[in-house]
Design a protein around this ligand. Structure first.
Ligand SMILES: O=C(O)CCC(=O)C(=O)O
Length: 270
């Protein structure tokens, strides 16, 4: 059944106010059940994703799997990242025209999916050459995300602390623990439990982490990162980060016959 434009969620000025004060905003049901079912089915059978995925070890040696790519195309993940509802939401939150930095498919498998240590995304992206933290991540749950399967945790309001020094923690880059410990005393720790199809927009300086997935349920999510188009990196080779996004209407994800990703999506190779 064709969906009408009015049925799609759109971020409001109240969402923007929450993002500004808390460093994140959760939009329930950003994707409808049919859309998330389609995306998840394609993702778990996507051979290209499978071959391009790599593991990151956490501080306890558990491995968490992901694939990361830089180019937007016609695949279903890009159709979501380019959709009007997401791009308009990003524009509203970043206060201007935005570009796509990268997307990634996070695959936290049952029993083995490792933890992510406390970090700010800008802790990484600063090193990639972005001069300002006018950037954010859009995380859409493809399967339910719960405390049991290692949902995302955020420290509410931590984006206002500015960029914290990051160093290696296992094979990951983690935020300075002394600062994190102090912030933990003062700020609220929120476990962001999500239904499949919910979307979290969070600021690049919001401290976040997640526990290992020791449950029987997978936790898969799609994360796209965006930057204000004027905040393009001064080094590295990230073409989409300075390009206008070719926006598609919200119906395209469901109506398109396109499926998984192409080999030439400019994958991060580990
Ligand atoms: O989704 C998660 O568990 C953590 C992901 C994360 O921290 C990130 O992509 O920066």
């Amino acid at each position: 059944m064709k969906q009408n434009k009015m049925d799609y969620k759109k971020l409001s000025s109240a969402d923007k106010a929450l993002f500004d004060s808390d460093g994140y905003v959760l939009i329930k049901g950003m994707l409808n059940a049919e859309e998330v079912k389609k995306l998840y089915a394609i993702a778990i059978n996507d051979e290209v994703i499978n071959t391009k995925s790599f593991d990151r070890g956490d501080a306890n040696g558990l491995r968490t799997k992901l694939a990361l790519w830089y180019s937007l195309g016609e695949d279903v993940y890009s159709l979501l990242a380019r959709s009007e509802r997401i791009v308009e939401g990003v524009r509203l939150l970043l206060d201007g025209e935005s570009a796509h930095f990268h997307s990634k498919l996070m695959q936290k498998e049952p029993k083995v999916g490792g933890a992510w240590e406390w970090h700010q995304d800008y802790g990484y992206w600063y090193r990639d050459g972005f001069l300002s933290p006018q950037m954010l991540s859009v995380l859409t749950a493809l399967s339910p995300s719960t405390k049991e399967n290692g949902c995302l945790q955020v420290l509410k309001g931590s984006h206002l602390a500015g960029r914290i020094e990051h160093g290696f923690s296992g094979e990951q880059v983690g935020a300075n623990q002394e600062r994190v410990d102090e912030l933990l005393k003062n700020l609220e720790l929120v476990f962001v439990e999500m239904e499949a199809g919910d979307t979290l927009f969070f600021h690049s300086n919001t401290l976040h982490r997640s526990d290992a997935n020791l449950s029987d349920a997978p936790r898969w999510s799609l994360i796209s990162a965006y930057n204000l188009i004027t905040n393009k990196p001064y080094k590295g080779n990230y073409p989409s980060a300075s390009e206008t996004i070719n926006v598609v209407n919200d119906q395209t994800l469901l109506n398109s016959k396109n499926e998984g990703i192409q080999e030439d999506a400019k994958f991060l190779v580990k």
